[in-house]
Design a protein around this ligand. Structure first.
Ligand code: KG4
Ligand code: ZN
Length: 333
């Protein structure tokens, strides 16, 4: 079995992982805290920090895996989608490492890799399955027919689900990234305290921009009437916002699952770390008799383990790329 080094640098996490013999031997994730002060990821700063973190992350991944760099059989890396400057660091590193060690290169689509994270541990989903992929930049319902045969059957027409979480938290005066903070406060609140509208969008598509505006007006109105409203009702507001975002996501996912008669249903991407979404899918699965697949926390947000496992399945197909490869900010399946 090949030993695969995975490299991920598409946004603000620098990550390296080693996968061998069906086991993830290491998965090092260096988070960038520098962006907190700016209320969002600053692309230029992200690239600079990747540049500092990439070599220590790879060294740590190889050392934790208890392999030598000469044991590695291929280098898999995120080619896109993502921030171009961030991607460039990972792609350039992967090319240089492959050249120095005389190894084949494997390009990986970051959104496909989020889904293929379900092939790291048991139990694995059976094809065809549906995956709700929810991150800071994407919200998709994907029909996964095979490892690299995936069809996006629903997507957001405006903001992504993670963006809706982050923008709401900004309105509430919480620091970036807000998704995990909304999750934390929501656990202490009543999800039915405030009713936010569910957009009526055809098919399996989503829209979150109207929700964001209605939350903004709701907060402005109540703060004007009762100063301190947000501070005094933070848990109920977060619980109600989370509840609405989760019901929007799960209603569309259920519709797709019932229409297509698919019973293996997965979650992927950063927002799949959300407690309400994880519980909501489990409850729906129990109701409909679905097999539900929810990633381990470390495989929800960006990580190189998912890149390494995707690289492994490409290695088995002899699907390699050459030294001329360049990153892609946009990269459809
Ligand atoms: O997949 P990811 O790490 O990066 C992208 O590819 O975008 O997703 C990041 C997104 C952010 O919007 C973040 O707020 C959200 O995932 N997120 C969460 C939680 N953890 C991360 N949203 C809600 N609840 C969480 N626990
Ligand atoms: Zn991601």
């Amino acid at each position: 079995m090949p030993v695969i080094l995975g490299i991920e640098s598409s946004c603000d996490e620098t990550s390296a992982a080693v996968y061998a013999d069906g086991v993830m031997l290491s998965n090092i994730i260096a988070n960038q805290t520098i962006h907190e002060a700016y209320g969002g990821v600053v692309p230029e700063l992200a690239s600079r920090v990747h540049q500092q973190n990439i070599i220590p992350a790879v060294q740590q991944a190889i050392s934790n895996a208890k392999v030598s760099k000469n044991d590695i059989d291929a280098v898999a890396f995120t080619r896109g989608p993502g921030l171009l400057g961030s991607l460039l660091v990972g792609v350039s590193f992967a090319k240089a490492f492959a050249l120095a060690q005389n190894l084949p290169l494997i390009e990986v689509n970051h959104m496909q890799a989020h889904i293929l994270a379900h092939f790291i541990d048991e139990p694995k989903p059976t094809f065809p399955f549906l995956c709700l992929t929810v991150s800071g930049g994407h919200t998709q319902i994907v029909l996964v027919k095979d490892f690299f045969d995936m069809e996006v059957i629903g997507h957001t027409q405006d903001d992504a689900a993670g963006e809706a979480m982050d923008k709401t938290s900004k309105i509430l005066g919480l620091p970036y990234p807000g998704g995990p903070l909304i999750d934390k406060h929501a656990r202490l609140g009543n999800p039915k305290a405030y009713q936010f509208p569910e957009p009526q969008i055809p098919g399996y598509n989503f829209s979150f921009s109207g929700l964001k505006t209605s939350i903004l007006y709701f907060i402005q109105k109540n703060e004007a009437a009762t100063p301190g409203f947000v501070q005094n009702n933070l848990a109920d507001i977060c619980a109600s916002v989370e509840h609405r975002i989760v019901t929007i996501l799960l209603n569309k996912l259920s519709k797709a699952a019932l229409d297509l008669g698919i019973k293996d249903i997965a979650l992927a991407g950063g927002v799949s770390a959300n407690t309400g979404l994880r519980q909501g899918l489990q409850e729906l699965g129990a109701k409909h008799g679905w097999n539900t697949f929810i990633p381990r926390m470390e495989y929800c947000t960006d990580n190189a383990a998912m890149i390494a496992v995707a690289g492994y399945y490409k290695f088995l197909k002899n699907d390699f790329t050459d030294q001329h490869v360049a990153p892609l900010a946009r990269m459809p399946f």
